[in-house]
Write a protein that binds this ligand. Structure first.
Ligand SMILES: [Ca+2]
Ligand SMILES: [Ca+2]
Ligand SMILES: [Ca+2]
Ligand SMILES: [Zn+2]
Length: 517
């Protein structure tokens, strides 16, 4: 194995190959760079920010959110505040690259920074600083953190990584897209930063298209992690054959006479209007992007998906489902995947993938309730896909947000292993928290005794929207989602009773409670 990789190194990119294990060539950048088993450095950094309060921490004691009078805008420009704040997360200001900022309706600015290490991007490492209208930085949160040692030089060549990525991807017509990119990725196995090649693999899988980001360890050559760009609505897939029939109806053009195409077009229009009216959001990128959708996708394809640039709606098989685009739940669900990609960009795998899926269901529910004109909380508002699912059976749905386990597979109470299950099932935790927050009540299967006072669909929707745009990052987990939705409710000026409902809704589904209940 080692010989084969070495050969690949020599023949392809000699300069990229180290000859020594790079651990030994990586000098600690500072004293506390290695073997941190106490959080003394974090406490010291916090002491330098006298009014800072820790809102939430990772299991290892490093905060994921702090608030207080953390600094002023002019200080931030000079870099002073940024390095003081960064130190709390074991980061250095010089490793943070400003990526984008968002000024919200309250006049607050949320500035996002991407993390780098040894000059390479850290996938999912993001720090957000929150600044009020006067320039005061009042909070900081994110998934960026460092203080650990990791190799700085690859031992395998990028072409070896490309081969490893291709060889471990089941499918046909597999290709890599672009050049493998050297990055750091936080392994979902041991939660440590790994030097890896990010290889994008595209092709056709057994049931749906493939577009995977495969992270190949640049020292060992093993695949550390795989994240898919194909965001689906369902996971019950029936067909692999594919005969595309791309319909064409541009904005404002008259109906084509293809009923599926025309109704999907109308439904996407309602989805757009929902986001525009409620959140003043202009398309999924908030910059008027054209919404591209392909209908009649595949053959008897019982699913819909977003692949990073367009939506695809299958026609269903007439038994399990009608054409998916006929249900506004589906158009809003897929559109929301696109919104999430442009905002928090939650990774579509593991627990973060469950939260990503849940957001797509939540806004399907919010927009259906909005479209009722009365902020309805009727049964269909909490069902997903009921308008197209099993045309021969009345009253059922793909998913049940207010009783997720009713589908026979979805989780409805958080446990540490929930990230292992399919994202369409781990979404049940977020879905139930939203359902309880909006209409109130208790856990449908008595898994907790919490009683939630409902705050209505509109406020629940605004809280999740604000959290997704200004607080969530690519690696936000449910525990952090609880903290961030609480913060979002406060930022929206909601009452302390309403903020308490957010907390209770999450506790009712096992998030933010101790193991014993
Ligand atoms: Ca529905
Ligand atoms: Ca409906
Ligand atoms: Ca049905
Ligand atoms: Zn989805």
């Amino acid at each position: 194995m080692r010989n084969r990789m070495l050969a690949a190194c020599l023949s392809l990119t000699l300069s990229a190959c180290g000859t020594e294990p790079s651990e030994s060539s990586t000098r600690p950048e500072r004293d506390q760079d290695v073997g941190l088993d106490s959080t003394g450095d974090v406490q010291t950094a916090l002491a330098a920010l006298p009014s800072a309060e820790v809102v939430g921490s990772h299991d290892d004691g490093v905060p994921f959110m702090i608030k207080g009078r953390l600094g002023a805008a002019q200080g931030l420009t000079a870099g002073a505040s940024l390095s003081d704040i960064a130190a709390v997360f074991r980061l250095r200001a010089s490793d943070l690259v400003r990526t984008r900022s968002h000024r919200d309706e309250q006049g607050h600015t949320h500035v996002r920074y991407g993390q780098t290490k040894n000059g390479l991007p850290v996938v999912g490492g993001e720090l957000i600083l929150h600044q009020d209208a006067s320039g005061l930085i009042y909070a900081a949160n994110g998934s960026a953190r460092d203080g650990e040692r990791a190799p700085s030089m690859p031992l395998i060549a990028s072409d070896a990584a490309r081969l490893a990525a291709l060889n471990t991807t089941p499918g046909h017509h597999l290709e890599t897209e672009g050049e493998p990119r050297l990055v750091y990725v936080r392994s979902s196995q041991d939660d440590k930063l790994k030097l890896a090649y990010e290889v994008v693999v595209t092709g056709e899988g057994a049931t749906q298209p493939i577009r995977d980001h495969v992270f190949v360890n640049a020292v060992s050559g093993v695949v550390e992690q795989r994240d898919s760009d194909i965001h689906t609505a369902l996971n019950r897939l029936v067909s692999s054959s594919k005969t595309n029939n791309p319909g064409v109806r541009a904005e404002g053009a008259p109906p084509t006479g293809d009923a599926v195409l025309d109704t999907t077009y109308d439904n996407l229009g309602e989805t757009y209007n929902c986001y525009k009216t409620l959140f003043n959001r202009d398309s999924y990128n908030n910059a008027g992007a054209q919404i591209k959708a392909l209908v009649h996708y595949g053959t008897n394809y019982v699913n819909a998906s977003w692949n990073g640039t367009q939506m695809m709606f299958g026609d269903g098989d007439g038994v399990r489902s009608l054409p998916l685009g006929l249900d506004k739940d589906m158009t809003t669900h897929e559109f929301t995947h696109a919104v999430t990609q442009y905002e928090s960009n939650l990774v579509y795998s593991r627990e973060t993938g469950g939260l990503n899926e849940s957001l797509s269901d939540i806004f399907a529910s919010v927009c259906e309730s909005w479209a009722s004109g009365t902020w309805s909380m009727a049964a269909d508002i909490y069902k997903i896909g009921e308008d197209v699912w099993t045309p021969g059976t009345e009253g059922d749905a793909v998913r049940y947000m207010d009783d997720p386990a009713k589908d026979g597979a979805s989780a409805d109470y958080w446990a540490s292993g929930v990230g292992i299950i399919d994202v369409h099932y781990s979404s049940g935790i977020g879905n139930l928290a939203y359902a309880l927050l909006s209409k109130g009540g208790t856990h449908p299967r008595g898994k907790s005794t919490k009683v939630v006072t409902g705050i209505g669909v509109e406020k629940a929707g605004r809280i999740f929207y604000k959290a997704n745009t200004d607080y969530f990052t690519t690696y936000t987990l449910y525990a952090q989602a609880k903290t961030y939705t609480e913060q979002a409710a406060r930022a929206l000026g909601y009452t302390s009773a309403e903020v308490a409902s957010v907390s209770t809704a999450w506790q009712a589904v096992g998030v933010g409670v101790s193991a014993a209940r």
